[in-house]
Write a protein that binds this ligand. Structure first.
Ligand code: NAD
Length: 376
């Protein structure tokens, strides 16, 4: 099989696979074509890819020769006819946002594997790019907040007096939120956490955070472990408590999301106005609307002395390790996508392949994507 790795466009610094992971593919018997300069911004030189056994070629050659194309971000910018019918595209997809492109890809006969749709099961954990990228985001969000905060995170007892530890409020204890709890605790802050899923209570506690419970949260086992939209009564109760805790906090890290929907607004304008000047809000849900009413995606703004960072692309700011994790996730996925002779074998009886395949053979495949796009 021939696999192609494409260079990312825009501000993206990651690459789908680094040379170290390319050498693993070579050992699996897979030929690798890499677009010239693809790893440049992740500090991976063309020479390193060549030493790992890859061929460096122009973009159009990668696209015309590879059976499977790898990228980090959706390849929606490209003219669909530049791909070949039956070619496999494997990247993050954002199926709701890119539904028109997906429909074109289906009609054209592409097979699209959506890395953001890998089922969240134990067996699929090693292929889960959402988890690995959320780990980077949670880590970076805390470091960004700590470096902007006008005070220390830990308690300090020195000859110059005692400094109180900072208080960090974390909204949403998924993968990014739990990572943020761990890092903020390591830096010595007092950490409080809100989530609608009671299952995370013990995890928060074990990391040294305090879980603030709001009674009456709606949970749905059919949502596959994800959060669901809440009742008005719950939202009102949660609002009051979040407002109270945010006013006492120095840092808020907001990570709450609902797959396929706008992120819930948890921090309202009035709450921000009541926060201490010098406080920092990092809104990781910015690209899906943000958890803070005032968040502007891709921007840092200051409101009444409170800094609000709307940023969902921290993984791109840590391109070496983020690309390494991304590539490792893909290798683990490829292990179930190719047979012993290193030929592609899309086995639709495998729940991971079935859940990850957006379109194949001119049909929609993934049930979750069909639900998200209202396709019968
Ligand atoms: P996510 O990015 O979809 O959401 C982040 C967090 O925000 C979630 O914990 C969610 O419950 C919370 N949230 C949503 N609405 C909220 C609200 N109104 N108020 C407060 N909190 C709110 O989550 P994620 O990090 O992608 O993880 C989602 C689920 O997948 C979790 O159950 C996680 O444990 C599970 N998971 C499983 C695996 C696996 O087994 N392979 C891997 C990773 C994650």
């Amino acid at each position: 099989m021939i696999l192609g790795i494409l260079k990312e466009s825009g501000n993206e610094k990651r690459v789908a696979m680094l040379p170290g992971e390319v050498s693993v593919l070579k050992k699996m018997g897979i030929e690798v074509l890499v677009e010239l300069n693809a790893g440049e911004r992740a500090f991976a030189a063309d020479k390193a890819y060549m030493s790992a056994g890859a061929k460096m070629v122009e973009r159009n050659e990668v696209i015309s020769k590879a059976e499977i194309l790898l990228a980090v971000n959706p390849l929606i910018e490209d003219d669909i006819t530049s791909f070949r019918e039956g070619q496999i595209i494997c990247s993050v997809l954002n199926p709701v946002k890119n539904s028109k492109w997906l429909e074109n890809a289906r009609l054209y006969g592409l097979t699209v594997l959506a890395l953001d749709m890998v089922p969240r099961t134990s067996r699929a954990q090693s292929m889960d790019i959402l988890s690995s990228m959320a780990t980077v985001s949670g880590y970076k969000a805390v470091l960004a907040a700590a470096s902007l905060l006008p005070g220390f995170f830990p308690m300090f007892m020195s000859a110059a007096g005692t400094i109180k530890p900072s208080r960090v409020l974390i909204l949403g204890a998924g993968v990014a939120g739990l990572q943020a709890v761990a890092i903020a605790r390591k830096l010595g802050a007092i950490v409080e956490v809100f989530d609608v899923r009671s299952a995370v209570k013990e995890e928060v506690k074990s990391l040294g955070g305090k879980f603030i419970e709001v009674e009456g949260a709606k949970e749905d086992s059919a949502a596959g472990g994800y959060a669901v939209e809440q009742t008005e009564e719950f939202i009102r109760k949660q609002q009051e408590l979040i407002q109270q805790r945010a006013i006492a906090a120095d840092v808020v890290i907001a990570t709450a999301q609902i797959p396929g929907k706008e992120a819930p607004i948890l921090l309202f304008k009035e709450t921000v106005h009541n926060m201490k000047p010098g406080s920092v809000i990092v809104d990781l849900a910015a690209s899906s609307g943000g958890n803070c009413e005032l968040t502007e995606n891709g921007k840092s703004i200051v409101v009444n002395g409170v800094i609000i960072i709307g940023k969902s692309d921290y993984p791109s700011d840590m391109p070496s390790d983020a690309s390494k994790m991304f590539g490792n996730n893909i290798i683990n996925l490829l292990k179930i996508l190719v047979d012993k002779e290193a030929n592609l074998a899309l086995n639709m009886k495998d729940d991971i392949i079935l859940g990850t395949t957006a379109v194949h053979g001119k049909e929609y495949v993934s049930q979750r994507i069909k639900q998200m796009l209202n396709i019968k």
